[in-house]
Design a binder for this molecule. Structure first.
Ligand SMILES: [Zn+2]
Ligand SMILES: [Zn+2]
Length: 544
């Protein structure tokens, strides 16, 4: 058994989403976070994307526990898919575990959930894992100091250094510095804003911006933010109270999250601020809802096209989108905003100053984290390759030259004196899950993309026992070409197919697998060369 520390990312180090990190020493391993990712417009019929966890299932006997940094979907969303096959104790702060519990209940999975508080230390095999409070765009966010036989690893989680957070519980810089003083072997840090210079604004600045918007609004106010952003929800509730409005919650994930947060004491939602129904005067109403990313099924998107059964967008409404647009969703959000304007609403989005602030550390905050922890080695996490590389350069600029950029499935091995990247990757990738929580194989998703982009072609040939064509090949297409243009094309394809059959030697003509492959190749070449299209091709052979 080797006495090296192995750092194995299974997700989140090639993309922003589906974070999953494994720390392994000898025959023991702990997992930090187990997140999912939302599909983009090209991943048709897929509900969520989770990391390929084959490595974990193959090494199940090594796994000691899962530690969760915070309750965002990109950190907890894949947990049911892990726990269902590898039941492990799951540690996290109460709100994080509250969200996890709701999720597990949905899947009807039981789990051993163990709450921890900042500065608590949990022993797991050869590891001692200490929770360290950080600020982020959700309450109860943690970083971890993982003590291993070779030294301490600091895993920051998603963080920013907000000196005036809403709950007055700032990032525990003193504790990070404490570990820095004792000696940190490795820092693994959030790269989301590694390309954003300066220091990010405090969450508190959003309160000022929202206050100005509330004070100016004559009609109804509709606010959308991430359902898990409890501080933002609290800010809206407090402002509603100040401006004598009532808050109506619309959207299931929002209602569920707020119930959980309230039950655990993270949110004050006084009775007199609650709206019982939608029929209040516009100037008395605040609606909080979901749909910051323009998701077509969200409440706001349905309101924007007049398909929501409860709420209709009217002239005079002010819609505040208090969240960033996740890369890839720009078009959906632009579409949503246009639909809202079409119905006479005014839309204020994150492009206006202080309507939303990022929950992630910018360059100067990242440098501060590197400086207080003073690590020997550095691995950037939570980002695309570009983010990771920039973050490693940032570390170098503050005197940590041993930054190692690894991506999903790559293994960084530390023996105490040196760090190296292993040649072979462990299994990694994306697993697609549909609305029924069933896995959708990648080939199915690829076929759907082909179908959506280039349509399909079915070719039916009827042959006799000698392999000769009995009649002209039949060609059926959908979503491929305009019918009027297609007649010439189809004629030409039929001609080429007939030619192929005429030229093939008799023994080849009796091998229907070979023929099918030939037909597919011929059609593929034809459509690519003549039309620049790559339709899905289904050859069918009938032996008469
Ligand atoms: Zn987060
Ligand atoms: Zn994250």
């Amino acid at each position: 058994m080797s006495s090296a520390l192995r750092v194995i990312p299974l997700g989140g180090l090639s993309e922003i989403g589906m974070n999953l990190m494994v720390y392994e020493y000898g025959d023991a391993a702990v997992i930090v976070d187990c997140g999912m990712m939302f599909p983009d417009a090209a991943t048709l019929g897929v509900d969520v994307i989770v990391p390929d966890m084959t490595y974990l299932f193959e090494n199940a006997e090594k796994l000691k526990a899962v530690f969760l940094t915070h309750g965002h979907e990109d950190h907890i969303g894949a947990l049911p898919f892990l726990i269902e096959r590898a039941p492990l104790p799951v540690y996290g702060m109460p709100l994080t575990l509250g969200f996890v519990k709701d999720k597990l209940d949905e899947f009807e999975i039981e789990a051993d959930l163990r709450p921890m508080q900042p500065r608590d230390v949990v022993e797991a095999g050869p590891f001692a894992v200490e929770a360290i409070r950080v600020t982020h765009s959700i309450v109860d966010a943690l970083g971890f100091a993982i003590t291993t036989p070779l030294g301490t690893v600091i895993h920051t989680g998603d963080f920013k250094i907000d000196h005036t957070p809403i709950d007055a519980k700032p990032t525990d810089l003193a504790r990070f510095a404490h570990h820095g003083e004792l000696g940190v072997l490795l820092l693994v840090s959030d790269s989301t804003n590694a390309l954003v210079p300066g220091h990010g604004p405090s969450e508190r600045t959003v309160g000022g911006a929202l206050d100005r918007l509330f004070s100016a609004a004559k009609g109804r106010i509709i606010v959308t933010s991430f359902a898990s952003h409890i501080h933002r929800v609290q800010q809206v509730i407090d402002l509603a109270r100040k401006f004598r409005r009532k808050v109506l919650l619309v959207g299931r994930s929002l209602v569920d999250n707020i119930e959980t947060a309230e039950r655990l004491g993270y949110l004050r939602f006084p009775r007199e601020v609650r709206a019982g129904s939608a029929d209040l005067l516009p100037r008395e109403t605040v609606i909080m809802t979901t749909g910051t990313q323009g998701e077509p099924s969200s409440a706001l998107a349905r309101m924007a096209v007049g398909e929501h059964k409860q709420i209709e967008i009217e002239k005079g409404d002010v819609v505040i989108i208090s969240a960033r647009t996740i890369p890839g969703n720009e078009r959906a959000v632009a579409h949503l905003i246009d639909n809202l304007y079409r119905r006479g609403a005014e839309v204020v989005s994150h492009e206006q100053p202080d309507v939303h602030v990022s929950g992630h550390a910018c360059e100067e905050e990242l440098k501060l984290m590197i400086n207080v922890t003073r690590p020997k080695f550095f691995i950037p996490m939570h980002g695309t390759l570009r983010h990771l590389i920039h973050h490693a350069r940032l570390a170098e600029s503050v005197g940590v030259p041993h930054g190692v950029v690894i991506t999903n499935g790559q293994v960084a091995e530390i023996d105490g004196e040196s760090i190296r990247t292993l040649e072979d990757r462990v299994p990694n990738g994306k697993v697609f899950i549909d609305a029924e929580a069933e896995e959708v194989p990648e080939v199915v998703v690829r076929d759907r993309q082909h179908l959506a982009e280039d349509g399909f072609v079915i070719v039916v040939v009827a042959i006799d026992s000698m392999g000769r064509l009995v009649r002209e090949p039949e060609i059926i297409t959908r979503g491929l070409v305009h019918v009027d243009e297609s007649q010439d094309v189809l004629e030409e394809v039929r001609g080429e197919l007939a030619g192929m059959f005429a030229e093939s030697p008799p023994d080849e003509l009796r091998d229907s697998d070979l023929l099918q492959e030939r037909m597919r190749a011929l059609l593929k070449r034809y459509f690519r060369k003549n039309m620049g299209r790559r339709p899905l091709i289904l050859p069918v052979i009938w032996e008469m």
